[in-house]
Design a protein around this ligand. Structure first.
Ligand code: C2E
Ligand code: CA
Ligand code: CA
Length: 834
C-alpha cells in the first residue's frame, strides 16, 4: 500500500491532479490550513477554497462508513500527516463515504511537498467506480446494513421502480440494477428464484404501502436464490421503511437480502434428525431431545391409520390457545392465535395438499397477548404406498430476525461517541414530542463550544473527544428526563427543552456552563455558547428551528460578555429579508439592478478630485428599495456570488473609463474593491488584466482595494500576485487599515501603494488627545514607509484640517461627497478636473 517516492514539486500540482483527481487539497503542515487545488466535482464536495484541515477532516469522518473509521482515518489526522511527512510515505487508502447523498467509493492518496519555508501534505481523492453507480438516497441505512447483508434494494412506491443500492459481487445471479416493480413486488427476483419458491408469500403493493405508512408493519420471507455457480442459496428478504431523507418526496422502502443458508441447513437437519430419533425413541426421551433444540415441534404419527399426536410442551406454555384434542393447526385458527392479518395466508397454508415440505411465516399470539413472528415448517413423510406416515411441524421464532432492524436502527440513530441521538433521530424524536404534547411549551437550545477547533488542534482529537463526551454527560445530568438531547455534528449539541418559565432556560444554561468550568479546572477555558429558539409553531420542522437557534448563536460569536442569544422577531425578519435577496440576486444582476456609484477622493488642501472609489448599490426591483452593500455583500461572500458581482463592477468601471477617454472627459484613477473571496482565488489577476486589455485602459487609471483583514489572512501566493499586478502598473490599496487586524510592522511586507485609514478607527478616536496622537503617529509611520495614505470617512472640516496637520493630504468622505451616480460624477469631472 505504500509507494515511497520523492517530494512533489509545488508548481506541478495543478497539472498533475487536474485530470487525475476529483479533489486535491494542499495542506500547510505548519498551520493546518488547506487550500483547494482541484475540485472537479463542486456539487459533491462543497468546500471553501481555503479552510482548516481539521474541519474538513471532521466532516470526512461524518461522511464515512463507520466500519472504516478506525482502520484508515487515523492516518489522515493532521498530526499523523505531520509525523509521516519525514518518512515521505504516500499512502493509498481506499475509502467509502457518502457526500451529499451519494455513495462514493474512492481512493485517497496523500502526497508530500515542500518549498523553502513550509511543508505540505496533498490530500487527493479519486473515484474508483463509475459515477453512474453512485446511488443517491438511503445512505444511513446502507452504512449499517452493508456489512450484515448481501444486497440492498430501494423500492420506489411512487415511481413503481426498484434499484439495487449495493450487492456482493459474484455471488447471485443478479436482476437488472434498475427496473420496474410488478404487482407482485418480489417478481424482481423471479428469474433468479428457485422454481418451487416462485409465488410463495407474494408481496403486494398494498402490503408495501402498509409498510410505508405504518412503521410497525414489516415483511419477511425466505426463498432459494440462484447463484452464479449454479447452486441455490437460501435468502431472507426483509422490507422496511428507511429513515426519512430530507428533500426526498418519493415514497421509498428498503429491501435487504441476507444469506440464511446455514441456518436453513440446520433447520432441515434438525427435522430429519429429530424425525429419525422421534421414530426410534420413546415419548419421554423424545421430549428431552426436543427441549435441547431451539425449535418447537409438533407431529402426527400415523400407525395403522390411528394418529398419535405430539405437541411440545413449550408450545402450549408459550402460545395462547386451548390445546385440547383438536388439530393444533385448527386450534391456532379457531382460538385466534394467528394474527388477524395473517389468517388468510395461514388458511392457504393449511389447505395446501400434503406436499413434502412447505412453510409459512405468520404472527402467533403468545400468552401475554403479544404477537411474535414465527415460521412454521411442515415436513411430511410417505411410505412405499404413498400413504402419509408422519407429519412434522417445526416452529421457529424469527421475531428477533424480523426485528433486527430495530437494533440496527439504534446503531444508526445513536452517535457512537457520545451515545446521544444523531441529527436525524434527534429531529424526528423532537418533532414527535412537540407535536404530541400540545400542552407543553418547548424551546430548542443549541449549544456550541467556542473555538472547539482550536481546542482540538492544541490538545488533539482524543482530548477533543473526551471533551465532547464530558459535555454529553453534563447535558444528560442536567436535562429533564423527557427532554431530548442530540449531537448534531462535531461540537454542536441540541436540546429540545420543555419549560414553563423563561427562568428555567436561564437556569439550565447557567448550570451547564458552571459544570463545564468545574470539570475542566486547570484546562484552557472552554466556553459554551447557546442559541435558543422557542417553538411557537409546532409544525415547523425541528431542523429549521435548530438553524434559527444557530442564527441566534452567530450574533454572539466573539462576544466575551454574553454566551447566549434568543432567536427573535428582529433576527427573523432579517433572515427573511436575506433569503429574499438571495433568491433574487441572480435575476437582479441580469436585470441591471446593480448600479456602480463613484465616491470622489479629494486632495485636502485644495479639494481637487484626484480619484474615485467604485461602490455598488442594489436598486431592488422587487420592493423598490436601495440595498446597501453592507447588507448584501456578506451574503454574497457566503454564497460566492460576489465573484460574479465584482467582475461586473470591474467591467462597469472599465466601460466608464473607456467612455470618459472616448469623450475627452478628464479622467481620474478609479479604485475597485476586491472581495476576500477573490483573493483566495488566484484567477482574479488574469480577469483584471484581460479587462484592461479588452477596454484598452491604461493600468495607472486603476487601483485595487483589498481589505486589511484579507491581507493578514496570509493567503499563500497572494503577495506574489499583488506584486505582479503592481509590475503591470496597477496600484494597490490596503482598505480599512486599523480596523483591528494588522500591526504596523507588518506593513513592511505587504505590497501596497496606498493605505486607507479605516473610517471607524478615525471617527472614534479623533476626539480624544490620545486618539489624535495615535493617528498622527500612524500617519507618520506610514509615510516613512514611502506608502501613500488616504483617510476614509471624513465628515467634517475639523477632521480634514487635523489630517492635513498630521501630514495626510488625501481624503474620501461625506465632507467632500457621497457616492455619486455615473452621470453626476461625470459632470463633476467635467467641471472640476482640469
Ligand atoms: P469600503 O470599501 O470601506 O467603502 C467605503 C464605505 O464608506 C462606503 O460604504 C461609503 O459609502 C462609506 N463612506 C464614505 N464616506 C463616508 C463618510 O464620510 N462617513 C461614513 N460613515 N461612511 C462613509 P458603502 O458604499 O455602503 O460600502 C460598504 C462596503 O461594501 C465597502 O466598504 C466595501 O467593503 C463593500 N463594497 C462596496 N462596493 C463593493 C464592490 O463593488 N465590491 C466589493 N467586493 N465590495 C464592495
Ligand atoms: Ca473600499
Ligand atoms: Ca474602507
Amino acid at each position: 500500500m505504500e509507494t515511497g517516492s520523492e517530494f512533489l514539486n509545488r508548481n506541478d500540482y495543478k497539472t498533475l491532479f487536474k485530470n487525475s483527481c476529483d479533489l486535491a487539497l494542499e495542506i500547510d503542515l505548519m498551520n493546518g490550513y488547506y487550500q483547494l487545488i482541484v475540485n472537479n466535482r463542486p456539487t459533491v464536495f462543497k468546500l471553501p477554497e481555503i479552510g482548516h484541515y481539521a474541519e474538513f477532516y471532521s466532516e470526512l469522518l461524518n461522511d464515512m462508513y463507520p466500519k472504516q473509521q478506525s482502520r484508515y482515518l487515523e492516518f489522515l489526522q493532521f498530526h499523523h500527516l505531520v509525523s509521516n511527512y519525514d518518512l515521505v510515505n504516500e499512502k493509498v487508502i481506499p475509502l467509502y463515504f457518502i457526500k451529499n447523498g451519494l455513495h462514493l467509493q474512492t481512493e485517497i492518496i496523500i502526497y508530500f511537498a515542500k518549498d523553502s519555508v513550509r511543508k505540505y501534505a496533498i490530500f487527493t481523492c479519486r473515484n474508483t467506480i463509475n459515477k453512474d453507480d453512485e446511488r443517491p438516497g438511503t445512505a444511513v441505512y446502507d452504512v449499517a446494513l452493508r456489512n450484515t447483508y448481501d444486497e440492498l434494494y430501494e423500492l420506489n412506491l411512487t415511481k413503481k421502480t426498484y434499484s439495487i443500492i449495493s450487492h456482493v459481487d459474484d455471488k447471485y445471479v443478479m436482476p437488472d440494477l434498475n427496473g420496474t416493480l410488478d404487482s407482485n413486488s418480489l417478481a424482481l427476483f423471479r428469474r433468479t428464484m428457485h422454481p418451487q419458491d416462485v409465488g410463495k408469500y407474494s408481496l403486494s403493493y398494498e402490503k408495501l404501502e402498509k409498510i410505508y405508512t405504518d412503521s410497525r408493519e414489516k415483511y419477511y420471507g425466505e426463498y432459494r436464490r440462484l447463484c452464479k455457480d449454479g447452486t441455490y442459496r437460501w435468502i431472507g428478504v426483509n422490507v422496511v421503511k428507511p429513515e426519512e431523507i430530507e428533500g426526498e418526496e418519493d415514497k421509498k422502502l428498503l429491501c435487504y437480502v441476507s444469506d440464511i443458508t446455514e441456518r436453513k441447513n440446520i433447520e432441515f437437519e434438525k427435522i430429519e434428525e429429530n424425525a429419525e430419533k422421534v421414530a426410534k425413541e420413546s415419548t419421554l426421551q423424545r421430549r428431552e431431545i426436543l427441549e435441547e433444540t431451539e425449535f418447537l415441534l409438533f407431529e402426527w404419527i400415523l400407525k395403522n391409520g390411528k394418529p398419535e399426536t405430539y405437541i411440545s410442551a413449550q408450545i402450549s406454555d408459550t402460545f395462547a390457545g386451548n390445546y385440547d384434542e383438536r388439530d393444533i393447526l385448527q386450534i391456532w385458527l379457531k382460538d385466534e392465535v394467528v394474527h388477524p392479518e395473517d389468517r388468510e395466508e395461514y388458511r392457504k397454508f393449511i389447505a395446501a395438499s400434503l406436499s413434502p415440505k412447505r412453510e409459512t411465516i405468520i404472527r402467533l399470539r403468545k400468552k401475554d397477548n403479544t404477537y411474535i413472528y414465527c415460521k412454521i415448517l411442515m415436513s411430511v413423510q410417505f411410505d412405499e404406498n404413498n400413504d402419509v406416515v408422519r407429519a412434522t411441524g417445526i416452529i421457529t421464532n424469527i421475531d428477533e430476525l424480523i426485528h433486527i432492524q430495530e437494533s440496527l436502527k439504534n446503531k444508526v440513530e445513536r452517535d457512537e461517541l457520545t451515545k446521544l441521538w444523531k441529527a436525524a433521530a434527534y429531529y424526528r424524536k423532537s418533532q414527535d414530542m412537540i407535536e404530541n404534547n400540545e400542552m407543553e411549551k418547548y424551546a430548542i437550545i443549541r449549544m456550541d463550544i467556542d473555538r472547539f477547533k482550536f481546542f482540538n488542534d492544541i490538545y488533539g482529537y482524543k482530548e477533543g473527544d473526551r471533551l465532547l463526551c464530558m459535555i454529553a454527560e453534563i447535558l444528560l445530568s442536567r436535562k429533564k428526563s423527557s427532554d431530548i438531547c442530540g449531537r448534531i455534528n462535531a461540537d454542536i449539541f441540541c436540546i429540545t427543552f420543555a419549560y414553563r418559565e423563561l427562568a428555567q432556560i436561564h437556569e439550565f444554561i447557567r448550570g451547564i456552563s458552571e459544570d463545564l468550568q468545574t470539570r475542566l479546572k486547570g484546562m484552557k477555558k472552554v466556553v459554551a455558547t447557546f442559541g435558543i429558539c422557542f417553538v411557537d409553531d409546532r409544525k415547523i420542522p425541528v431542523h429549521i428551528l435548530t438553524d434559527r437557534a444557530a442564527l441566534a448563536l452567530s450574533t454572539i460569536k466573539g462576544n466575551m460578555v454574553k454566551n447566549y442569544a434568543f432567536y427573535d422577531e428582529k433576527l427573523r425578519s432579517k433572515q427573511i429579508k436575506e433569503k429574499k435577496l438571495e433568491e433574487h440576486m441572480e435575476a437582479a444582476l441580469a436585470n441591471g439592478e446593480f448600479e456602480i456609484m463613484f465616491q470622489p477622493k479629494c486632495q485636502i488642501d485644495n479639494t481637487q478630485v484626484i480619484g474615485a472609489e467604485a461602490l455598488i448599490r442594489w436598486n431592488n426591483s422587487v420592493d423598490h428599495t436601495v440595498v446597501r452593500p453592507d447588507v448584501f455583500i456578506p451574503l454574497m461572500e457566503k454564497n460566492r456570488f460576489i465573484i460574479e458581482l465584482d467582475k461586473y463592477v470591474w467591467e462597469g468601471v472599465c466601460k466608464t473609463i473607456r467612455y470618459w477617454l472616448d469623450n475627452d472627459i478628464p479622467v481620474v484613477k478609479v479604485s475597485m474593491n476586491v472581495s476576500r473571496i477573490h483573493a483566495h482565488n488566484r484567477d482574479f489577476k488574469d480577469t483584471i488584466i484581460q479587462l484592461l486589455r479588452d477596454y484598452q485602459i491604461p493600468s495607472h487609471l486603476i487601483e485595487l482595494e483589498i481589505t486589511e483583514g484579507t491581507l493578514v489572512e496570509d493567503v499563500d501566493g497572494l503577495f506574489d500576485i499583488m506584486k505582479e499586478l503592481q509590475s503591470q502598473g496597477i496600484s494597490l490599496a490596503m482598505d480599512d487599515f486599523g480596523s483591528g487586524y494588522s500591526s504596523l510592522n507588518m506593513l513592511h511586507h505587504i505590497p501596497v501603494n496606498t493605505i486607507k485609514l479605516d473610517k471607524n478607527f478615525f471617527n472614534s478616536v479623533v476626539i480624544t488627545p490620545k486618539g489624535k496622537r495615535l493617528i498622527k503617529n500612524t500617519i507618520k509611520l506610514v509615510k516613512d514607509l514611502d506608502v501613500n495614505i488616504l483617510a476614509e470617512g471624513v465628515e467634517t472640516k475639523e477632521q480634514a484640517d487635523f489630517l492635513l496637520e498630521c501630514g495626510c493630504n488625501e481624503a474620501q468622505g461625506f465632507y467632500y461627497a457621497k457616492a455619486l451616480s455615473k452621470e453626476k460624477f461625470t459632470m463633476l469631472l467635467k467641471k472640476t478636473v482640469k
